[in-house]
Every structure is written in C-alpha cells, then in structure tokens.
Write a protein that binds this ligand. Structure first.
Ligand SMILES: [Zn+2]
Length: 227
C-alpha cells in the first residue's frame, strides 16, 4: 500500500452556479441551513479542529486519497480491502496538512459565496447563440466542416465530437476567456479530421492555436459545472 494524498487547487474557478452550491454558499454566509445530504452507510468522522470528514469506498481506487475541495469538504477515498480505521489513522497522520488545506478552501468558499451574491445573471439563450455562431465562424475560417452543433449544460466535459462529426459544447464555455473558448471549439473541430489524441491530432491543433497543450492545462483551472 502506497498511500498518497491529493489536493486539486481550484485555481480560477468559474462560478459554480448549480443550486446545491448556492445553498451551501448561503450556509457559509450563515444565511441558510446547509443542504442535507442523503444518508450514507459510509462513515462521517469528526476530527477536532477540522470538522467532518467523509470516507468513501471506491472500487477502482488503489490508494487512500485525501481531497479537500471547495463546497465538497474533506473526503477520503478508501480502496476495498483497506479498513476504515486504517484510513482514519492515515488521516490522523496528515492532520496538519488537511487543516492547512481546509483553511485555504474555507477562504475560497467565502469568496465564491460573496461573488454569487453579486453575480451577473447568465443568459443561456445568448450563450447558445454566441457559441454556435463562433463554431460556424471557426469552421469556415479553417475549413473544418462538421455535421451539427449542440450547446448543452454538461457536468463534466467542455466538448465532444461524435463519429458522425456532430459537435457538442458545454454552455459554460461562453464564460471562459475567448482564447480558451476558441481552443475548445477548435479542439472539437480538429476531431472531425482526426478522431483520436495522436501526435497528428496535437500537431494539427498546434498549427491553429499555437501551444494546444498549454491551453489545455489552463482550461483545467476552470469548472465545467453549469450554471
Ligand atoms: Zn479531444
């Protein structure tokens, strides 16, 4: 067993607008009670000065993994075959680290909550229209024809391109900096020619956007959560 712990810096997250987050943000501001979670058989352990820690069983995980993320709290992923009490002992060892992350996260949560209160409403119809016309524009400019385009609310992906060359884009793209928005659109448009992520794919994309992989890294700082 090689335990590892993990922390995903939230970076410049696009505001998470889903209702659950709204509630929890409100709870942070002391405006409303936190949303009650579904009862779970997985233990919720309280550790002094840290608060509740959720232990989660994951079939595929091979290591004990601790994550501290805004609006998700402290979660410990425990592989099957490892007892919860061993995982709890591991957590106890990492107490100082967790506390440091939790403080950072609490600060981010306060920031998001504050931003939520003053956020400009997001016009879905306008976002759809803008993204669609940008796809047509870039497709024509770089001669990368596609079949259809659809703009949707997607939880986990920025975009996709089907084998029939139908392009799906995440509505949240409309909120990203223009350079990253165009990167995602061109990424999917290049998939109309190259269906995989081979060297050919990246070199083709590089001729259009410069350093595609650097843009891809920047993109990971943003949340795909819609609105
Ligand atoms: Zn791709």
């Amino acid at each position: 067993m090689c335990p590892q712990w993990l922390f995903k810096p939230a970076g410049q997250m696009v505001l998470p607008f889903i209702e659950k987050v709204r509630h929890r943000a409100a709870a942070v501001l002391g405006q409303r009670k936190a949303v009650r979670r579904k009862p779970s058989r997985e233990p919720l352990v309280f550790i002094d000065n840290i608060g509740p820690i959720r232990f989660i069983r994951r079939k595929r995980s091979r290591h004990i993994k601790i994550s501290v993320e805004p609006f998700k709290g402290v979660r410990v992923t425990v592989p099957y075959g490892v007892a919860f009490k061993d995982a709890a002992a591991f957590v106890e060892e990492k107490r100082t680290w967790i506390k440091k992350q939790a403080m950072w996260v609490a600060e981010r949560e306060r920031e998001y909550a504050e931003q939520l209160r003053t956020a400009v409403p997001f016009d879905h119809t306008l976002a759809q229209a803008e993204l669609t016309s940008r796809v047509y524009e870039l497709s024509a400019r770089f001669d990368l024809p596609f079949a259809k385009v659809a703009i949707r609310k997607q939880r986990t992906r920025w975009g996709s391109c089907s084998h029939k060359n139908n392009i799906n884009l995440n509505m949240q793209l409309a909120r990203l900096p223009a350079e990253l928005r165009d990167y995602v659109i061109l990424h999917e448009l290049v998939h109309t020619r190259v269906k995989n992520h081979s060297a050919l794919f990246w070199s083709t994309l590089n001729t259009l956007v410069g350093d595609a992989k650097a843009l891809d890294r920047q993109l990971r700082k943003y949340h795909t959560w819609v609105l």
